[in-house]
Design a protein around this ligand. Structure first.
Ligand SMILES: [Mg+2]
Length: 261
């Protein structure tokens, strides 16, 4: 392709990429980092409160945490998607990228994990990643490279077949006093949020408002999660013009109906 065409093509990609605002925010906004610090500050306060009455529980203390976009950030993947003109999540590209081990720890996460370790508070890492048979080893390597190691094998739970985390959460709660659950997706806290209705999810969040900052600590994720599923009916909608129109319609659902003169 000649230089002019390459420039036009890259300009069009830059203009049309639906991921650009969300990814630019993840890549640059100090507010993005501040929300992670805020979340881990609250988590630490909850752990400190639990430690002060530890003898009341009769069980060891634990945290249950999601992995991706909670403890590990994948900005390099999303940056690649925008740079290469992809405007929807691409599972094949994701699987290739995960093997590269380029995750970075989310702001405040490693310090929080260290605080837990020093105070004998266990962290259970629960993820519904699926990179086939190597999923567990990849997830453990990614966590350890980012500074969460060593990760014991019975503290990393990989749910390849389902994103329903409630069963394993209940099992952990039998043996541990779980102080908080950490996640970037409300499904990390309750399966109730696994519904394909935007308004129903928002109503549930409103009903559960007291949990946020208490038992559940939510981190920001504007690029992926079950909020996407509520719009498109699937968590990883393919890049198609129909889905681009659906995204546009979701973004303008409360649009001002400006009077025409
Ligand atoms: Mg996640």
């Amino acid at each position: 392709m000649c230089a002019v065409l390459t420039m036009i093509s890259s300009t069009l990609n830059a203009q049309q990429n639906n991921l650009a605002y969300a990814v630019a925010w993840k890549q640059t906004a100090a507010e993005h980092a501040a929300l992670y610090y805020q979340g881990f500050n609250i988590a630490r306060m909850q752990v400190e409160a639990a430690l002060s009455k530890r003898s009341d529980f009769g069980k060891p203390l634990a945290i249950i945490s999601d992995v991706d976009e909670t403890l590990l950030l994948s900005n390099s993947y999303w940056g690649y998607m925008v740079a290469s003109g992809n405007d929807f999540f691409n599972d094949a590209e994701w699987d290739n990228w995960v093997e590269e081990d380029l995750f970075t720890p989310s702001p405040g996460s490693v310090e929080f994990a260290e605080f837990c370790r020093l105070n004998d508070v266990d962290i259970f890492f629960v993820t519904n990643r699926n990179q086939g048979v190597s999923t567990f080893d990849l997830a453990r390597r990614n966590l350890q490279t980012a500074g969460f190691g060593p990760v014991e094998s019975d503290h990393l739970i990989v749910l390849r077949e389902s994103s329903n985390k409630e069963v394993i959460q209940q099992q952990i709660m039998q043996d541990y006093e779980v102080v908080v659950l950490l996640g970037d997706n409300l499904n990390d806290f309750s399966r109730d949020y696994y519904v394909t209705d935007v308004d129903e999810r928002r109503l549930l969040a409103s009903e559960n408002r007291r949990n946020f900052g208490a038992k559940n600590i939510i981190f920001p994720n504007p690029t992926d999660g079950h909020w996407i599923r509520a719009i498109f009916g699937e968590s990883e909608p393919p890049a198609s013009n129909t889905n681009r129109e659906m995204l546009h319609s979701a973004a303008s659902r409360s649009a001002w109906q400006k009077a025409q003169n």
